[in-house]
Design a protein around this ligand. Structure first.
Ligand code: SF4
Length: 90
């Protein structure tokens, strides 16, 4: 399976009312590295008109983006109980 095919097997219970990822865009604008664009295994970060955007609904909850942000511009918490990715075995 390709990475895209594997990601398509994941199931999400999306918390429509509340993103669990918040970006401090004023810090993102001054960031030279923009590591978030490179490290997210689901490719959820993009840059549009000079702003960093995250499509949080597809988050795999690995926490990598928060760990590698040199600006500490990413506020990241786990989704509320019952929401987020549902990993399946087998
Ligand atoms: Fe992407 Fe992982 Fe950050 Fe979710 S926690 S947005 S999957 S890098």
């Amino acid at each position: 399976l390709s990475m895209a095919d594997k990601l398509a097997l994941d199931k999400f219970e999306v918390d429509e009312g509340e993103s669990h990822i918040h970006l401090h865009n004023e810090l993102c604008k001054s960031c030279k590295e923009k590591n978030c664009l490179l490290v997210c295994p689901a490719g959820l970060y993009s840059e549009q008109n000079g702003e960093i955007i995250v499509e949080w609904a597809g988050c795999l909850e690995c926490g990598t983006c928060r760990a590698v942000c040199p600006q500490k511009a990413i506020e990241w918490i786990y989704p509320r109980g019952g929401f987020g990715i549902i990993y399946r075995q087998g």
